[in-house]
Write a protein that binds this ligand. Structure first.
Ligand code: 5MY
Ligand code: ATP
Length: 387
């Protein structure tokens, strides 16, 4: 049975609410619905209902002209195929609900995007919100209070790709990053771009987040990457692009402002301890890895494309880790996975197969592409380290 919408955005008409652009990916755009203070205190019954529903949630709407499934289908899949993989889906997954969209709201959202266009990631500029019937309300995983600590990253492929050679020295993600950078180097027409791609900061390897459970060196690198990211974010104000390696570093938010963010060393030591404890002991990333692994095909391959699609969904999610003070003055860590959307395997199969081939044939798994792209994959650096 299809999920039912929890609300209709048409009921926002006549209110003074505004929308704020929060972020976007290839398939969705996320907005905050902001109400003026006076509206919050003086709503009649109908409006206060939608206000209550929107509380603590963000509006996630589909982009136009993608091959992604409509949100009701994504949600149904999430309920039937994703949630059962987790022992405690309420705790482990960013909660989401269906909401009915409204054409005039979609026009409003598109006007906001047009205004923000110059600030958007270069390859996303010009893309619009679809005139779809449904969108989603998702649990807001941003900081709730200024002192909260927030880390956002994509865990990606936590086990080797079944098609990687046994001689691989890079994980699938670092191999793909090397390929992307290599491609941008080859297509760069000016010397300036070429040297930029060669002198890039190596992409942070997502395997390190999991390795931090047993390897003190990985743990130290994760903590260092957070520092690095906070510093580079304040120095480099250019929007992230696929070719700009800063865009693939984990996003970290320490004080809610983009500029002058302190590094971890300036943050309350208690937050660092809580983060280290989470990195060393969480069951979320091992659970995600096990789920990915259980879907991997036998060596002879699989023809079960639905299984492949589920594996690819689990390899393309986002992890939010929020640390905040609880009501007793202690710290609570909330770690949840988002963007576990059903993949349209019919539309993506060729891309997936093509990428597999390119990474294997181009020597990206072994780091033998010419010129060699600098990476710092856990498989490279972690190999010689004792746990
Ligand atoms: O192919 P990959 O590993 O680069 O992953 C793509 C993502 O690239 P990223 O790893 O975040 O740099 C890509 O992320 P971006 O939007 O480019 O940041 C998408 O998530 C894409 O999935 P879809 O087309 O939205 O269904 C992702 O495609 P899938 O392969 O997961 O279908
Ligand atoms: N629940 C949330 N809480 C806070 N921020 C969020 C939330 N969901 C999404 N965002 C922000 O919006 C951005 C884009 O959202 P999302 O990942 O859903 O887009 P997408 O198009 O599905 O991504 P992809 O390209 O990976 O498929 C995220 O990177 C994040 O910064």
């Amino acid at each position: 049975m299809s999920p039912k919408p929890v609300a209709d955005l048409a009921s926002l008409k006549g209110t003074n609410c505004q929308f704020k652009f929060i972020g976007e990916g290839a398939a969705n755009i996320v907005f905050e619905v902001v109400f003026p203070e006076e509206d919050i205190t003086t709503q009649d019954d109908g409006d206060s209902q939608i206000l209550d529903i929107l509380q603590g949630k963000l509006l996630r709407v589909p982009k136009a002209n993608t091959k992604a499934f409509p949100h009701p289908e994504i949600l149904q899949y999430w309920e039937s195929s994703i949630s059962p993989l987790f022992d405690n889906p309420q705790e482990d997954l960013v909660q989401q609900h269906l909401i009915r969209l409204d054409n005039s709201v979609v026009s409003q959202l598109n006007a906001i995007l047009e205004n923000e266009d110059a600030q958007r990631r270069a390859d996303f500029q010009g893309t619009k919100v679809a005139e779809a019937e449904y969108g989603m309300l998702v649990e807001d995983m941003r900081k709730k209070f200024p002192l909260d600590f927030l880390l956002e990253f994509k865990p990606k492929w936590l086990t080797p790709s079944p098609s990687a050679p046994s001689t691989a020295t890079r994980c699938r993600n670092c191999a793909r990053e090397a390929y992307r950078l290599h491609k941008s180097l080859r297509s760069a027409s000016s010397d300036q771009n070429s040297s930029c791609a060669l002198s890039h900061e190596p992409p942070f390897c997502p395997l390190e987040y999991l390795a931090a459970q047993s390897s003190p060196c990985s743990l130290a690198r994760v903590i260092a990457s957070i520092n690095l990211s906070a510093i580079s974010a304040s120095l480099d104000t250019k929007p992230a692009t696929r070719e700009n390696p800063v865009g693939v570093q984990p996003a970290v938010s320490l004080d809610g402002e983009d500029d002058g963010r302190p590094g971890m060393d300036q943050v309350d030591e208690r937050y660092r301890v809580a983060l280290v404890h989470w990195l060393q002991s969480n069951s979320l990333l091992p659970k995600l890895r096990d789920a990915q692994e259980s879907l991997d095909p036998a060596p002879e391959g699989t023809s079960d494309q639905e299984k492949l699609a589920l594996a690819m969904t689990l390899r393309d999610c986002t992890c939010f880790v929020r640390i905040s003070e609880d009501s007793k003055g202690g710290l609570k860590v909330e770690a949840k996975l988002a963007d576990l959307d059903k993949k349209n395997w019919e539309a993506k199969l060729e891309y997936w197969k093509g990428m597999d081939e390119v990474l294997k044939e181009g020597g990206y798994y072994e780091g033998v592409e010419v010129p060699r792209i600098r990476t710092r994959c856990f498989m490279e650096v972690g190999a010689g380290e004792a746990a």
